[in-house]
Each structure stands twice: as C-alpha cells, then as structure tokens.
Design a protein around this ligand. Structure first.
Ligand code: NAD
Length: 366
C-alpha cells in the first residue's frame, strides 16, 4: 500500500515524539511491504514565528492532499503565550480551524491499562482491578469551544461571553459512532451530561435516548459530569466500554483519565469525520514545554496514534495490532519512560528515542 501522510510535528515535545511515531511507521512499512511518504508541514507556535501564521496556507494544501494527517501537540508554556497575539495563538488559529476544516467530529481517546501495568497508576491496584479498557469519545467540533465569543475590546472587559450550541445533526452523527463502538466492545455506553443545568445537555440526553432504541444490544447509562469526575477516581473500571462526552467535558475528563493511567503520555487519539473519511491523529496531551528538548517524553501517545491511523484511515488491522502488541511487550519487559518510573530495581528507564527503538525492534522481530 502507498500512502501520503502530512506530518505536522508541532511545538515543545512534538518533534521528539513525532520522530518516534515515524520510526515505528517505517518499521511497519518494512515488515509489511508498504510505502509511506511523509510530507512535513509547519503548524503551531513555531509556524507563527517562522511564517506569520500557526496554520499557514501551504500546510492547508498539504493536509488537503494527504491520505491522513499526523499532528504533534502545539502551544507554548502559558508564561510565554504573550509572545503571540491571542488571535494568532495555536488553539484558536490552528487547532480548532484544523478540526473545523475536516469536520472531525469523532475524537477517539482510548484509555487502556492492563492489570500488568497497574503500577503506572496513582490509584491503588485494586481500583484498577482486571484492567482499564475505556474508549472515551469526545465530540470535537461543536459546543462551547466553537460558539460565539465576546471579550476584550467589544466589552471593554466589563463582561465576557462564550456561547455553547449543539445542533441535532451534530449530536446524532456523534451518538451513532458511540453506539457502534459500544456494540463492538462490551455493549456498555455511558453518556455524560450536565442536564440539571445545561439546555445543550438536556437536548443531548433526549437524542441519545431516542437513538438507543436502534441499538437494543447496547446498554446506555447517563451520568452527571460531576459524578463522573468523582467515579473515575474511585471506581474507573465501571466505565469499561465507551463513554460519550461533549467537547469541553471530553477535553477535561480525558486529561483526568491520563492522570489515572499515570501519564498523559499514555493517551493517543484519532480525530475523524466518518462521512468523508478525513482524519488526523494526535496525542491527547499538550506540548509539555516543561520537559521539551530533554529526550524524556513518553512517545506512546504518538505511536498509539499511528496504530489508530493504520486501522482507521488505512484499514490495516494487522499492522495496527502489531503496533499495540509491540507497545504492550515493551512495558511487559519492564521498560519504562521517566515519568512512569517508580525507581524499582527491575525496571529499565528508556529515553524517548530508545523507547521508539524498542517498539520498532519488537515489530521487526514479531
Ligand atoms: P500538557 O498536556 O502539555 O502537559 C501536562 C503535564 O503532562 C506536564 O507535566 C507534561 O510534562 C506532562 N506530559 C504531557 N505529555 C507527556 C508525555 N508525552 N510524556 C511525559 N509527560 C507528558 O499541558 P500544559 O502544560 O497545560 O500545556 C502546554 C501547551 O500545550 C499549552 O500551550 C496548551 O495550550 C497546549 N495544548 C495543546 C494541545 C494540542 O495540541 N492538542 C492539547 C492540550 C494543550
């Protein structure tokens, strides 16, 4: 198979973890006889400094023409954000426009921790039980992140306003993806809401309820978002299956899930439009400026995103399974990245590049 992949390495740890993602993809190409061509394109804060815009026109063209887009995290340390005018900062001027351009409404964020890796988690091992296997689905192009914003000059800072809108079409197309994913797993779907306060949540619940009739094999449970935040910390395995989250709840609770796993570096993601097939793949975390340039970031999030791309954009199920198996085997042999290390005698701490080498090695040996 021949595929062209746009590569947006981004900021902070982006280039370091992207290098390992491509290393693993090269191993897959060698092993299975595929040809992947990488087309680098500027995106994020560095693109703003180099080209005057965080999502330059040339990058849009490269992404439009590619079979899939791999993206590293973007953004500067919060203390440095004043180097970029608000309207040019990477989230509003690059990340959200990328999502809107391809209408990637379905964001897949797997939260996976086998029992054998329970020690990664700050929770006691009995809370991890037989392991975590949750697919957090985040609606990615609607809600408060995309609604009208009023601030600054217009209000002379007397007030600010963020509008949250959800149309029936936005909720329904997302709900069908969630039900279908639940059907392919253990049949459990938890829909998260704040219907005691928010109109958009009441609408969300109404549509999930009516769609559930078409999926009698899926058990739909609805839960208030504040309770979900609590339950995730005390009894996360009850969510094994699929969780459906709106844009903002998904942003926040998937970071909490990263904390429960023991590191945001264990959080890959896929952002897809299932109608057009357009998609891009990114770690669920940010650019981690606190550890950038030190070769200590965990590249699992980028490598896992590669596995998702192989499966979802290229239909290469075996190749995707090879990547997941290699990741699991590296941990099973006691290898850790720095942030997962507990300084026990048996563990072996790897740098970012050594971790990528090990995963590629496992793929070639399998
Ligand atoms: P962050 O997600 O970058 O980092 C939070 C913590 O997690 C840090 O301690 C960091 O070191 C750690 N971490 C994250 N990824 C890791 C990895 N792969 N391996 C090991 N540790 C890892 O959050 P932040 O510091 O609040 O944000 C930094 C920048 O990223 C900001 O500019 C923010 O706006 C941006 N951001 C971008 C995206 C995106 O591109 N999709 C998402 C979230 C935040």
């Amino acid at each position: 198979m021949k595929k062209n992949i746009a590569v947006l390495e981004g900021d902070g740890i982006g280039p370091e973890i992207m290098r390992e993602g491509l290393k693993v993809l090269d191993a897959i190409a060698r092993k299975h006889g595929h040809s992947f061509t990488y087309i680098p394109a500027p995106f994020g804060a560095k693109a703003y400094f180099d080209y005057g815009h965080p999502f330059p026109e040339q990058t849009k063209g490269i992404c439009d023409g590619a079979d899939a887009v791999m993206k590293g995290p973007v953004g500067l340390a919060l203390s440095e954000m004043n180097r970029i005018p608000t309207e040019m900062s990477p989230e509003p001027a690059a990340l959200l426009p990328l999502r809107k351009r391809y209408e990637t409404y379905a964001n897949y964020r797997p939260v996976f921790l086998p029992k054998s890796c329970a020690d990664f988690s700050p929770l006691k091992p009995d809370r991890i039980g037989e392991g975590l296997d949750i697919l957090m689905m985040r609606e990615l192009v609607g809600g408060i992140y995309f609604g009208e914003k009023i601030e600054g000059k217009e209000t002379k800072m007397q007030y600010a306003r963020d509008v949250s809108d959800y149309t029936a079409e936005q909720i329904e197309r997302f709900a069908h993806v969630c039900f279908n994913e639940a059907r392919q797993r253990n049949g459990q779907l938890t829909s998260v809401h704040k219907a005691n306060v928010l109109a958009t949540s009441r609408f969300w619940n109404q549509l999930f309820e009516s769609i559930s009739v078409k999926y009698p094999d899926v058990n739909l449970k609805s839960m208030l978002v504040d309770n979900v935040a609590y339950q995730l910390s005390v009894n996360p395995t009850q969510f094994n299956g699929v969780m459906a989250l709106d844009n903002m709840q998904g942003d926040i609770l998937t970071d909490q899930a990263g904390g429960i796993l023991g590191s945001l570096g264990l959080m890959p993601s896929a952002c897809l439009n299932l109608q057009t097939g357009k998609g891009y793949y990114e770690p669920a975390h940010g650019s981690a400026p606190d550890i950038a340039g030190q070769n200590i970031a965990n590249p699992y999030s980028m490598i896992g995103s590669v596995a998702l791309m192989l499966e979802k954009s290229f239909g290469l199920g075996q190749e995707s399974r090879d990547v997941w198996a290699a990741l699991t085997n590296v941990f099973a042999e006691g290898y850790r990245t720095k942030e997962l290390s507990r300084n026990t005698p048996l563990e072996k701490v790897l740098s970012t590049s050594q971790f990528g080498d090990k995963v590629a090695e496992k793929i070639m040996a399998s």
